[in-house]
Design a protein around this ligand. Structure first.
Ligand SMILES: [Zn+2]
Length: 74
C-alpha cells in the first residue's frame, strides 16, 4: 500500500497517509480544515507511471528522510 504525502495549501501542514490506490484522496487539513494537496512522487520513492501503476524505488533508503518530512518538499 503506497504512502501518500499531503500538504495543506493554507497552513503548510504536511502529513503522510497510507491509502489504497482506489481510496479517495484526502481533502481537508487535519490542522485547519482547509484544502490539502496530494503530493505524488517527489522523492518519496514511489514513481507513478500512467494511471494506477507505480514502482517502489529505493524505498528503504528513503524511509528516514520521509519520516522527517523532507521527501514531500520536492
Ligand atoms: Zn492546514
Amino acid at each position: 500500500m503506497p504512502t501518500y504525502d499531503y500538504k495543506c495549501t493554507e497552513c503548510g501542514y504536511k502529513f503522510e497517509k497510507f491509502q489504497n490506490m482506489s481510496d479517495e484522496p484526502l481533502k481537508d487539513c487535519p490542522e485547519c480544515g482547509k484544502a490539502v494537496k496530494r503530493i505524488i512522487g517527489g522523492g518519496s520513492g514511489i514513481i507513478f507511471k500512467g494511471s494506477g501503476f507505480y514502482v517502489n524505488d529505493s524505498k528503504k533508503s528513503c524511509d528516514s528522510c520521509c519520516s522527517n518530512g523532507k521527501c514531500s518538499s520536492n
